[in-house]
Design a protein around this ligand. Structure first.
Ligand code: G3I
Length: 378
């Protein structure tokens, strides 16, 4: 039995007991929303295995500092078929100064991925955030294109054949900036115009022609005026790129959701995703998590409400065949960016992810498992 097999069995056995424990107190799964009635799964297959039987990839975000937590890693290897570095491939992690690159932490995550047969997704080549301190005083209109090309050629070139997919541009759309094309006045756009997006995809494609190239964006799931504007701007951007022969292959949909109210309309969401698919693109749900920040304190109520959103959302998106990956932005409540970014006013630990802080499977895990089990094969 190889290491992945051993870890999966060990992790699965632990998880299985926890699952059994949860299933014994069946009411905990349904007390928050009685119509939600997850049967304890008939088998102890992990999320990775359930997704894989349908031709889907399930994985989660990971940070280098998590690599020293052996128990957490055992659960990660059991449940995930892919990892995405939460920070380590961003400019502020890779670029200590204009002349150099530091791949130390990214390489540690890649080594972990390869050791356990996990896909490693690259996030993100260009973003308006997490830029190093030297960026704004160094990058000018005169040198911006060279710096952009050099960054992408160096990073994608180093991992060519090892990282099979890249978020090339993250969050390019922001209608709030008032542009007619709905694009964000990100530093790269101010320096190079919207053609920076085109350049980035072409350079990434010529550097690693095998890589799946992703345009990743956020806040496009809900039926609010702002998010409808974002969806329209994103569709216009994709049409423009594809019309100019730009090698964009995938739309990444981040999906940082809220548990306190149902804000997406299944038909609106599916229509949007199908419009993207009709352009010939695949879709990755790239950063899924469900915030319980504004829910009442009771854990079973929060866990059920979070599970409900996981089930409703993932079932809705998997009804669109072009959706090929579901990545949660973390695997366990032990490590979630919501602890800092969406903390609870009562100071209780947040519970947005499939496993609790003790690495036990929660109703959210069962919800994801049920959604994968019900999905059509890809
Ligand atoms: O590693 C350094 C550490 O050496 C230093 O002492 C410390 C000082 O603050 O900072 C550490 O870096 C932090 C990094 O996470 C690693 O933990 C950065 O300050 C912090 O800004 C960074 O936050 C990440 C954020 O993106 C910005 O890059 C979050 O963990 C990550 O969850 C978040 O993820 C983004 C996606 O990339 C894009 N979609 C939205 C999502 C949430 O904002």
């Amino acid at each position: 039995m190889d290491r992945r097999g051993f870890l999966r069995t060990a992790g699965g056995a632990i998880a299985g007991l926890a699952l059994f424990g949860l299933s014994k107190s069946k009411n905990r799964w349904t007390s928050g929303s009685p119509e939600l009635n997850f049967k304890p799964p008939s088998t102890n297959l992990s999320l990775y295995e359930r997704a894989a039987t349908k031709g889907l990839v399930y994985g989660a975000a990971l940070k280098t500092r998590h690599l020293r937590d052996a128990k957490f890693l055992a659960s990660f290897v059991t449940e995930c078929g892919a990892l995405v570095p939460e920070f380590e491939l961003k400019w502020s992690a890779l670029r200590p100064c204009p002349e150099s690159f530091d791949f130390t932490n990214a390489d540690k995550l890649l080594a972990f991925a390869k050791r356990h047969g996990l896909i490693m997704h690259g996030h993100t080549l260009l973003w308006h955030r997490s830029l190093p301190a030297w960026f704004h005083e160094t990058v000018t209109r005169a040198n911006a294109e060279r710096i952009l090309i050099d960054h992408i050629e160096t990073v994608v070139g180093r991992y060519a054949g090892l990282i099979p997919s890249w978020d090339v541009v993250n969050e390019p759309v922001y209608p709030g900036d008032g542009r007619s094309d709905g694009l964000r006045t990100a530093p790269w756009l101010e320096l190079l115009g919207r053609e920076y997006i085109e350049t980035a995809f072409h350079v990434a494609n010529s550097t690693d022609p095998r890589a799946q190239l992703v345009l990743n964006d956020t806040r496009v799931n809900y039926t609010t005026r702002d998010q409808e504007k974002r969806r329209r701007s994103l569709l216009k951007l994709l049409e423009w790129l594809i019309g100019r022969g730009v090698p964009v292959h995938v739309l990444g949909v981040q999906a940082h959701l809220w548990a306190d109210e149902k804000r997406f309309d299944v038909a609106v969401l599916q229509r949007f995703l199908q419009e993207v698919a009709d352009m010939g693109l695949d879709i990755y749900i790239s950063e899924l998590d469900v915030s319980d920040q504004r829910l009442p304190p009771a854990i079973d109520v929060r866990d059920s409400a979070v599970a409900r959103v996981y089930y409703d959302y993932v079932s809705a998106v998997l009804a669109v065949p072009a959706v090929k990956r579901v990545m949660t932005w973390g695997l366990s409540d032990r490590y979630t960016w919501f602890a800092e970014s969406r903390p609870r006013s009562d100071g209780l630990d947040v519970r947005p992810l499939p496993l609790n802080a003790n690495l036990e499977r929660k109703p959210a895990w069962a919800a994801l498992a049920a959604a994968f089990d019900a999905a059509s094969p890809r």
